[in-house]
Design a protein around this ligand. Structure first.
Ligand code: APR
Length: 256
């Protein structure tokens, strides 16, 4: 008797190149909070200052009150540094080694795909560990400048070179996506050199996350979704594996 899992296992076994689209749910298995859904950071909660978290993490807030934005960036950065990548990230990197034209489009800023060994990686929302100064060419990492977000310092951090404002290389709300990552994504979407798309742990709020899946459907490329609940993309999934990312990726790949 075939099941969504057994059919998905067949697909991944015969696939030559896979596009993974990942979100916070993949890192939930590392203990990081998701943004929406059950227990999500944004789930209707206000910050201590009474703002919606999307407002606190927005470009306009960062311009007016960088210390407020940095307070929440610090929480996210600190959570990332106290956690590490999990079996789900490892399996995705293993699949890329086994099928070299595999790519990962991630919304996560934790750097876990990179740490787990993924090479063909588009970090569309940037990476929390990279820092730069708004007023000069100074660049650094959270490890060098912020002791990995592990010790309290006066926020916002100041540039040691010019005293200017330091920020992480991540996309704040209201900001444009990074040019390089976007052009890499568009190049892939032009040719769509994939014979399978696997969407893992995302509520798929954003058009640039939905678009690759819509194109895959138009090209009759099978789409697997791994998520305990439905997302904005579930109606497009060929098979929806309802469960945690690490557990379902293990079943998908290790037991294929
Ligand atoms: N395994 C798989 N999926 C999970 C797990 C898990 N263990 N736990 C939760 N999920 C699912 C949730 O059901 C939800 O659909 O992961 C998804 C997480 O959705 P979001 O929290 O919205 O995260 P994401 O889709 O990555 O958000 C996109 O929004 O706020 C911005 O920049 C932020 O990158 C983030 C973006």
């Amino acid at each position: 008797m075939t099941t969504p899992l057994s059919s998905a296992q067949q697909l991944i076994k015969s696939a030559k190149s896979v596009l993974f689209i990942t979100g916070a749910g993949l890192s939930a298995d590392s203990g990081l909070p998701t943004y929406r859904g059950v227990g999500g950071l944004y789930e209707g909660q206000r910050t201590d200052e009474g703002y919606a978290i999307e407002t606190a993490l927005s470009a306009s807030m960062f311009r007016r009150h960088p210390e407020i934005t940095w307070k929440y960036l610090w929480q996210i950065g600190s959570a990332c540094y106290q956690a590490k990548f999990n079996q789900g990230h490892t399996i995705i990197a293993e699949i890329e080694k086994n099928k070299p034209n595999t790519w990962v489009l991630t919304q996560n800023i934790d750097g876990f795909h990179h740490q787990a060994g993924s090479k063909n990686l588009i970090e569309i929302h940037g990476r929390a560990e990279r820092l730069y100064c708004l007023d000069c060419d100074f660049q650094s990492t959270a490890e060098q400048l912020l002791a990995n977000y592990q010790q309290t310092i006066n926020l916002p951090p100041q540039c040691p070179q010019c005293g200017g404002l330091i920020r992480p290389d991540v996309v704040l709300f209201e900001e444009m996506l990074p040019e390089k990552a976007l052009s890499q994504l568009y190049q892939l979407l032009e040719t769509m050199p994939f014979d399978m798309v696997v969407v893992v742990g995302t509520s798929a709020q954003f058009p640039y996350i939905q678009q690759p899946v819509v194109i895959a459907k138009q090209l009759a490329i099978p789409v697997i979704e791994i998520n305990p609940i439905d997302s904005e993309l579930s109606h497009l999934a060929t098979y929806h594996l309802r469960g945690g990312a690490a557990e379902m990726l293990t079943k998908l790949w290790k037991m294929a």
